[in-house]
Design a protein around this ligand. Sequence first.
Ligand code: PLP
Length: 419
Amino acid sequence: MTRGTVWHPFTQHALEPQPIAIARAEGAWLETANKRRILDGISSWWVITHGHRHPAIVAAVHAEIDRLDQVIFAALTHEPAEKLAEKLVSLAPPGLAHVFYSDSGSTAVEVALKMALGYWRNIGEPRTRIAALEHGYHGDTIGTMSAGARGVFNAAYEPLLFDVVRIPFPHPGREQETLDALDAAAREAPLAAFIAEPLIAGAGGMLIYGAETLAEMKRICERHNALFIADEVMTGWGRTGTLFACTQAGVTPDILCLAKGLTGGSVPLAATLATPRIFEAHYSEDRARTFFHSSSFTANPVCCAAALANLGIWETEPVLERIGKLAALQAEHIAAFETDSRFENPRRIGTIAALDLKVTDSGYLASASLALRAHFLASGVLLRPLGNTIYVMPPYCTTAADLAPVYDAIRSAPDVLTR
Ligand code: PLP
């Protein structure tokens, strides 16, 4: 309830309490300036994977900043970026061969959209129609807001947004509607690309769909020669139980967007991976076919070193085992809500669990939302419901003892609202 100097993201300063000052973080825990511990139940906006300040990542950041802090990435290159690109290609679904760096999930997707349009223009068949899965969230830049769901978040910017063909979300039992709509859209007029979050729409409400639907959407794109863009900004790096969600469907997208957990969530870095087909369309003696995108900090060496350290952790530590254990804990906790009539739709994929609190006023601005957040914080847990959807997406180092109070807090949440 203050007019501070700092303007916080997605924050209504006139309604929300003074932001809490965090002074330290370690593993799954945040510590306030006055030494109160808060469990990071949302991995600090879905970025932290192994835990805060993993020693290998911290050491890599220290070592790299002592060597090379920052350098322009056009016409110059450096070892961390080169090595990281090789590793990313070796880990990504087979067939992705080129890595373009940027700084955030939004830019990873913005780059993907530009690559798709550049591809069609450069091969002399200028397609510009983009299709996107309903309830999508791809970032907050103009391009990514255009591809994402429309609502209160972007109503003011509507005049700047471009139209996309909206494909209905494959809600359980209604998958065929999605597939038919995608097929019909591609038949109606050529699609440049179809963009989707694989297996789970995150900010759209933690809505889960099956791997077979994802595989079929990709097959439809192939049939119509539309590029498939997988936005794995949230799903990547183990959240859905595998390194990438696309793997569960055996799908190689034409363009893959990665960010958030790429550095274990420690520092900002994003990568957009493309197949040779996309790269080759831009490879030309004609300068007009250049991929025209850059930002000052493209492939910052310290961030690339952090990402390499993250990949090292995946290679040397039992990360998938840890994810499996956390997923099992989440499954157990969320199953307990199946018989609790105050909630509905308990659901889980990998390490992500979600459920909807029954309220009369749903949607993001549900009056419940702020009261819920306050209740969770008072219980020592950082959760940030999406409207009346409560979700838990903790770092992989979260233990059974850490997690139990989170679900106690969720269980007592409806009482707080009726008080
Ligand atoms: N794409 C998806 C699927 C996301 O979940 C997000 C952020 O939550 C983004 C893109 C945007 O990422 P960033 O906030 O790093 O710009």
